[in-house]
Design a binder for this molecule. Structure first.
Ligand code: G3P
Ligand code: CA
Length: 355
């Protein structure tokens, strides 16, 4: 148990026994003391076609704290949610555009062309017909490639209808693309995602993109956090992250970002502590547990180390793990109020007898 957690538990015990009321532990083992966040990686990508409105909707119903779109720019300058640099793996582009050169790069297609495609299910627990038992998507065409604007509209509608405060965690995809970085921030502003309460975290594997998006946030008056993606590295005794454009120490990252999103395989407790010491949050990618049991095995050790959140294809199993870590309300021992009442009554009787 970390010292921060120990102090929280001690404080709760002290107040529980000195005040006749319910007291709750207020801190998790994270940098801020708030609950670790569950980030729906590419939506509910384990079950439904990734980076689609239907998939994002299911992830929100499953209890995601953030939804994650990877963002790329089309040939005509529109932002779409798509992970790969080509359309091949996740869509029927090869069937519909057989006459094209075969590379099927997102950046070679217009938005209209991309909108003609259907996204295929690729997750390990997905059904071939893109269904999920008990879930009916609310939109007409749930498995088309959405624009970033459409993802933000869905998020707004969902939060408004359900009283939730789910955030969004867009990644400006590699390679470095200045118009793309500027357009992501402009789209957030256009859709009203410009206040801290809107819960936006912008991420990239490219340090230059993080710096550029940070400057664009200031220029455009938008509030969002920034995260550097990459792999954990220890170089000459100094922890850092290796992204697309090389290694940067945690101190260098702390100059430009609020946190790191790092490959789960390289994370150690010492790395998390080093990042926290510099005020950086630590998010891990990507957990793909195929059961609750597997989710506990993968995620729990890192939550014990103070992990601040993680990307997952399986929001449902992952939500269960985080919820199981909630500092619980510490109830007054059940018989204590009765005991107090009984003692009061006895004292009254004794006073009457004496009189
Ligand atoms: O953005 C965090 C995580 O999604 C990075 O991996 O390749 O799925 O974008 P990738
Ligand atoms: Ca991503």
């Amino acid at each position: 148990m970390k010292p921060k957690m120990k102090l929280a538990v001690a404080a709760v015990m002290a107040t529980t026994f000195s005040a006749p009321m319910l007291e709750a532990a207020t801190a998790y083992n994270t940098l801020t003391g708030e609950a670790p966040v569950v980030v729906a990686h590419r939506g509910a990508s384990g079950y439904l076609p990734e980076e689609t409105l239907g998939g994002y909707e299911l992830a929100m119903k499953m209890g995601a704290d953030y939804i994650e779109p990877d963002v790329q720019m089309t040939a005509d300058g529109q932002l779409v949610a798509m992970h790969d640099s080509t359309l091949t793996r996740t869509t029927n582009v090869a069937d519909l555009f057989a006459a094209r050169d075969g590379s099927y790069k997102v950046s070679d297609f217009t938005l209209e062309e991309i909108k003609s495609l259907t996204v295929k299910p690729t997750g390990a627990l997905s059904a071939p017909d893109s269904t999920y038992a008990g879930f009916t998507p609310s939109m007409a065409d749930p498995y088309k490639v959405p624009t970033l604007s459409e993802v933000l509209d869905l998020l707004t509608e969902y939060n408004t209808a359900n009283g939730t405060e789910i955030g969004i965690y867009p990644e400006s995809k590699t390679p470095y693309n200045s118009p793309q970085n500027q357009a992501i921030v402009a789209t957030l502003k256009d859709k009203g995602y410009d206040e801290p309460s809107d819960k936006v975290i912008l991420q990239s594997f490219v340090r230059e993109s993080i710096i550029e998006m940070g400057e664009a946030l200031i220029d455009q008056g938008v509030s969002a956090s920034l995260a550097q993606l990459g792999g954990v590295r220890l170089v000459d005794g100094v922890y850092g992250v290796s992204g697309s454009d090389g290694f940067f120490s945690l101190a260098e990252i702390a100059d430009i970002a609020d946190g790191v999103g790092v490959s789960a395989g390289g994370i150690t407790e010492e790395f998390i502590t080093s990042a926290h010491d510099l005020g950086l949050i630590v998010h891990a990618y990507t957990f793909r547990p195929l059961s609750e049991e597997a989710a506990f095995a993968m995620i729990q050790p890192m939550l014990d180390w103070g992990l601040d959140g993680f990307f997952t294809d399986y929001t449902d199993f992952s939500r269960t793990v985080v919820d199981a870590n909630a500092p619980s309300a510490v109830p007054l021992p059940a018989g204590l109020p009765l005991l107090f009442a009984g003692l009061g009554g006895l004292a009254m009787l004794r006073r009457r007898k004496a009189a």
